[in-house]
Design a protein around this ligand. Structure first.
Ligand SMILES: [Fe+2]
Length: 358
């Protein structure tokens, strides 16, 4: 069961060392046979005194716009390509993200926009060092510094996802009493400029399970009403995430924002129209009464949760890097693995244009 608020606050208060609040990460209690994370550098770091200024709007042109559609710098000779489903997802082998030229990275943006999700296998990305990892991700846009999650000391660009036998922040956040822990969302959609080409690399993975499920929200999701949804706007809120962090004594590095986005947005490169709504952050349809908004959002969330025909699973092996376009997809963790196992991964989240209304 998730600890009560009182328990987490006590936990946080007793764990304060050198001005850094280590919330509920009980590494000291690790069993003797557990050697700890393979990449301790990326162990989640929470400093309650870390503060960021409000974000400011920036100009950006998607790098996919200048990519060669044939992708000669990405789909090199010897690269194997396996589509995971007709609608979404491709697995690539035989190409190293770390070796791609500027042109290759542009083509990666285009390829991810087209396939929505690309699973790169056998990558050296996790071993190339923080500065180079950030440099590559920054090619796609300024990297978001997460207001509440674990990051890496000195590297607020990293969003760390971590679970082991003693720490299960995800379950606490989603809710320990839920019958399932599926939680469809598009990352940080509350930002004024939400993310595009998003990188997620695995450091420790369970023997089996811990996949991410991804779902496409462009034309493959056949809503006749989508045309009627165009013109509507919805509020995406960072408030619950900030409240969760505050309650457990964690950081709120930037005051939470609530942002209106178009309910149907247009992709700047492919021109595709995507439903831009997610259970994680979308709270209200602008201009609707409470009941109207709840009714429509419930319908859209149901549409997503039942969309097994336009979703895929991405599984992790050592060296896997998953890259997806957060503008046209939602995803969820599947925390189905043993409580005793460790899962440790890092996300780099470049921000994109202010969403373009369809
Ligand atoms: Fe996510």
């Amino acid at each position: 069961m998730a600890p009560s608020v009182a328990e987490t606050v006590t936990q946080a208060a007793t764990d304060v060392t050198s001005g850094v609040t280590k919330i509920s990460l009980k590494s000291d209690e690790r069993s003797a046979e557990d050697k700890g994370p393979s990449y301790p550098f990326y162990y989640p770091y929470f400093d309650v005194d870390e503060k960021f200024p409000p974000t400011e709007i920036f100009e950006i042109s998607d790098v996919g716009l200048r990519a060669d559609p044939a992708k000669p710098h990405l789909l090199l000779e010897g690269v194997t390509k396996k589509h995971l489903s007709p609608y979404i997802g491709t697995e690539l082998k035989g190409v190293q993200i770390s070796q791609l030229s500027k042109e290759g990275l542009d083509e990666l943006a285009l390829f991810v926009a087209e396939r929505k999700l690309v699973v790169f296998r056998e990558q050296d990305f996790k071993d190339i060092g923080a500065d180079r990892q950030i440099e590559i991700a920054r090619h796609f846009g300024p990297i978001q510094r997460h207001p509440t999650s674990g990051n890496v000391k000195g590297y607020p660009e990293f969003h760390v996802v971590y679970r082991d036998a003693d720490n299960n922040r995800f379950k606490e956040y989603v809710g320990g009493d839920r019958a399932n822990l599926t939680s469809w969302h598009s990352d940080i959609s509350y930002e004024k400029q939400p993310p595009s080409t998003t990188f997620f690399f695995i450091l420790d993975q369970p023997e089996l399970g811990g996949d991410t499920i991804f779902l496409r929200l462009t034309t493959a999701s056949p809503l006749n009403s989508k045309k009627r949804l165009e013109g509507l706007r919805a509020v995406h809120s960072a408030v619950p995430q900030a409240e969760f962090s505050r309650k457990r004594g964690g950081p709120v590095r930037r005051e939470p924002v609530e942002t209106e986005h178009p309910l149907v947005r247009q992709h700047p490169v492919t021109g595709e129209r995507a439903l831009y709504v997610n259970q994680g952050f979308t709270k209200h349809i602008v201009g609707f009464k409470t009941e109207e908004s709840e009714y429509l959002l419930k319908f859209l969330f149901d549409h997503i949760s039942k969309g097994a025909d336009f979703h895929v699973r991405a599984g992790y092996e050592p060296g896997t890097v998953v890259v997806w376009d957060n503008r046209v997809t939602v995803h969820s963790a599947t925390p189905d693995f043993s409580d005793k196992e460790r899962r440790h991964a890092v996300r780099l989240t470049p921000q994109a244009e202010v969403p373009i209304p369809a």
